[in-house]
Design a protein. Structure first.
Length: 469
């Protein structure tokens, strides 16, 4: 290459952000150009190209929040600890709405700009690859939930008359705090939530002390000390009745219900405790420090597996749905997907858990559940929508749930009960607190069974039509 061409090529490489630091070959260029590039505006999930961000990895979020139900105003200061995975001249956080007041990086004021849901931060000095840094963002405003993305209706931070209903899957965490909003980047969390006296704020993990009231305000401090995906974070606020204690197996437990559901409190508490303990025997030791559940009066009609505190939206949950949300504590929460297309690893497993719960209680067998679905007509989504590749426009299609569960039942039939249940426990222990893909599950199933299972997984997960049995 002639030298002018070469300079053009190097410049282009810089512009495209592809030049690796330190690959100097005698071409003069400004030093600051080399000390960092912009982090990518997405984490690399091609189905959700702007979800999460590239270039850094969050280890901890400290969220200090004030929420006033009457005005719906949220005041937040988020302090985020992260590590640069590349030299960074700037990087993004995901945040929807709000007015951002100040941003600082390692205590020094940083410039920022906003485009759509991306908050772009330019630190005073570029960050070196491998360095730990913290970002502080002060923001305020009325939270705007996400409406009707991926066939879900409304999700995120949803104001209610007495507080807020906070359920964020898949990408609604950005409606109440800035972050790396994708399950591929998990982190621990501290929450400090100040609300009007008489109102309770429920976040993940455990209280780190007694709620403190001063004047008309009460502050609740919660800590989730285990890695958590952003969509599992919650700060559900309202009037709640609580029951606290330990499960028979010794795990701390908390149930909370809106006063409209007073009569469901004891049932929610007892069933959540019993089911958590039982799943511990089937899926391996419970991965978190507490369990429980919350029933709010917001009639979502759905539930979300918020870490340590599944949230039920305006209904009295039955055993099947409690079994489902608590199974997610292993499948989805401790083991999180790396890409949304693998969602069956969450929903197929949690649905299969419902069938296992019925089997355990003697109210039905997994085989009967499987056969009932197998009879569904050819036009049913379970036969037209292969569940192994969840579609971004229809992420939570019921096929991902039901045919996902059928896949596990077909696998159980092929490898036998002993290997199947050993597989579930090995899967949860080998990947505890981590991220997983479908390929890893298939590889493990083949390793433990000694069987070639490509055809089974391919026909059940990836091909349309009703597989032969
Ligand atoms: N994961 C939930 C379940 O277990 C479904 C769900 C997806 C959801 N996104 C949500 C629930 C948002 C509440 C809010 O079935
Ligand atoms: Zn689910």
């Amino acid at each position: 290459m002639r030298s002018t061409n070469r300079q053009v090529a190097v410049l282009l490489a810089i512009l495209m952000g592809t030049l690796a630091c330190g690959s100097s070959e005698g071409v003069a260029r400004p030093v600051e150009r080399l000390s960092g590039q912009a982090g990518a505006p997405g984490i690399g999930d091609s189905d959700f190209p702007l979800d999460g961000n590239g270039g850094y990895d969050v280890s901890h979020y400290a969220l200090k929040l004030g929420y006033t139900p009457s005005s719906r105003r949220l005041d937040g200061v988020a302090t985020i600890q992260a590590t640069a995975k590349q030299g960074l001249s700037q990087f993004n956080l995901d945040l929807k709405g709000f007015k951002v007041g100040e941003v600082s990086v390692d205590g020094a004021a940083a410039a920022f700009s906003r485009t759509g849901h991306e908050l772009t931060v330019t630190p005073a000095a570029p960050l070196r690859q491998g360095s730990a840094f913290n970002v502080k963002v002060a923001y305020a405003g009325v939270p705007q939930p996400v409406v009707d993305s991926s066939n879900l209706g409304r999700y995120g931070f949803i104001p209610t008359p007495d507080g807020a209903f906070v359920a964020c899957e898949p990408n609604g965490a950005r409606t109440w705090f800035p972050g790396n909003d994708h399950p591929a980047d998990k982190a621990t969390f501290d929450f400090e939530i100040t609300v009007p006296k008489g109102v309770t704020a429920l976040a993940n993990g455990e209280l780190t002390g007694k709620p403190q009231t001063s004047g008309d305000l009460t502050t609740f401090k919660w800590r989730e000390a285990h890695p958590m995906a952003t969509y599992l974070a919650t700060a559900t606020v309202g009037r709640f009745q609580l029951r606290e204690g330990k499960t028979p197996g010794g795990i701390r437990a908390l149930a909370a219900v809106d006063p409209k559901f007073t009569r469901s409190l004891d049932k929610l508490y007892k069933l959540s405790a019993e089911i958590t303990d039982y799943w511990g025997t089937v899926f391996g030791r419970y991965p978190f420090s507490s369990t429980g559940g919350v029933i709010d009066d917001f009639t979502a009609g759905y539930a979300l597996e918020n870490q340590t505190k599944p949230l039920y939206g305006g209904f009295d949950p039955g055993e099947d749905i409690i079994a489902h949300e608590l199974a997610h504590q292993w499948f989805g929460n401790s083991l999180s997907i790396e890409r949304w297309r693998d969602l069956w690893l969450n929903e197929g497993f949690a649905t299969y858990a419902e069938w296992l719960w019925a089997e355990h209680k003697g109210t039905g067998t997994a085989d009967a559940s499987f056969r009932a679905f197998y009879e569904r007509p050819a036009k049913d989504p379970i036969w037209t929508y292969p569940p192994g590749r969840a579609k971004p426009s229809d992420l939570f299609n019921e096929s991902v749930y039901n045919r996902g569960a059928m896949t596990l039942h077909a696998l159980r039939g092929a490898i036998g009960d002993e290997t199947f249940f050993k597989l579930l426990k090995t899967w949860t222990s080998e990947h505890q607190y981590g991220n997983v893909t479908t390929e890893q599950f298939v590889t493990l199933a083949e390793r433990l069974s000694g069987k070639q299972l490509d055809t089974l997984f391919d026909t059940w997960l990836f091909q349309p039509g009703r597989p032969a049995i």
